[in-house]
Design a protein around this ligand. Structure first.
Ligand code: HXC
Length: 284
């Protein structure tokens, strides 16, 4: 797909956007788009060498400003310390909860540590980050904006990724709950529910064979997986001031995948012209 930037280049000028898991995958792609639009992101993640490399790469590509801090969001004390440190340069304007963990497995094979590994990142880590920023915004009467990446199975559930589905459902509940509780304090919260967007990290874990990839693609009404830039543009819109009245919303970007699975008669897409001819009303 030909790359088109759909916004004016100063859309996010000067905005400080804290991105969890910003060193790789979709986090990196969204961070790049924010910088192209004038934002000054701070990326956090577990691997400092990866963060440093990404920050250098994006700074030279975009001629923009970016900083990074090593942080494991599962560690609540580390979250407080790092967010304190980030705040020394002034409050952030946006928190993007992007960091996640997931793998495909039959649920009866999971150990309790496997369950904890996913829920600790996705549910606990996301809540620690949101609380750390929210408390500071409220104390300083600073406007805040939290955008969280969930999935379409946050509301449908999904077999074989059960801890992820449980945790993402929790993040969605947090988003809607705090949109009301904190909306009155000038903080809005929204979520994006992406369908399949191929990144190496997610695809190695979740779609390990070509057969699975083909099956996944064949289920999507638009006939293709998402282009990562399409997700980045949606995120840019939801973090910019032009979307200031959107609060408590989850925007699905999946080519129609989840409703295709849900609609009772959507199986009829597989019928041939001959099949349809059999259903035609009898001629009078
Ligand atoms: C069963 C598994 C497993 C697997 C790990 N475990 N992988 N069990 N099947 N495939 C078990 C381990 O055996 C261990 O249990 C426990 O989980 C913890 O594993 P560790 O490797 O020690 O944990 P940790 O280092 O914390 O790693 C966390 C992780 C890892 C989630 C397992 O993959 C990770 O850090 N991922 C981050 C990046 C990521 O996952 N990105 C994809 C997100 S995509 P025992 O009992 O043996 O000690 C996404 C989008 C979804 O979320 C939408 C897609 C359409």
């Amino acid at each position: 797909m030909k790359e088109k930037i759909m916004f004016l280049p100063d859309l996010l000028k000067g905005k400080r956007i804290l991105v969890t898991g910003g060193g790789t995958g979709l986090g990196k792609i969204m961070t790049r788009r924010f910088m192209e639009l004038g934002a000054e992101p701070i990326i956090v993640g577990r691997r400092e060498n990866v963060l440093e490399e990404t920050a250098n790469e994006l700074a030279s590509e975009t001629a923009g400003r970016i900083s990074w801090r090593g942080l494991d969001i599962r560690d609540a004390e580390a979250v407080e310390a790092v967010v304190d440190n980030i705040w020394l340069d002034g409050p952030v304007d946006v928190l993007l909860n992007n960091a996640a963990g997931n793998f495909l497995a039959r649920t009866e094979t999971l150990s309790h540590r496997a369950v904890d590994a996913i829920i600790a990142i996705v549910l606990h880590g996301t809540s620690y980050m949101t609380l750390a920023c929210g408390k500071r915004w409220i104390a300083e009467k600073h406007a805040g904006n939290v955008l969280s990446i969930v999935t379409t199975y946050a509301w449908t559930g999904s077999g074989y990724v059960v801890p992820s589905a449980m945790a993402k459902a929790g993040v969605l509940a947090m988003t809607r709950s705090l949109a009301v509780e904190w909306g009155r304090k000038g903080i809005r919260l929204n979520a994006i529910a992406p369908g399949p967007f191929p990144t190496k990290g997610a695809w190695d874990r979740l779609v390990p064979s070509k057969q699975m990839a083909d099956h996944l693609e064949s289920r999507i009404p638009l006939g293709r997986v998402g282009d990562n830039q399409e997700l980045a543009d949606l995120a840019a819109y939801l973090v910019c001031d032009g979307s200031a009245y959107i609060n408590g919303e989850v925007v699905t970007i999946d080519g129609g995948e989840w409703i295709a699975g849900a609609g009772q008669f959507n199986f009829a897409a597989a019928l041939s012209d001959d099949d349809w001819a059999k259903f035609s009303p009898p001629k009078k």
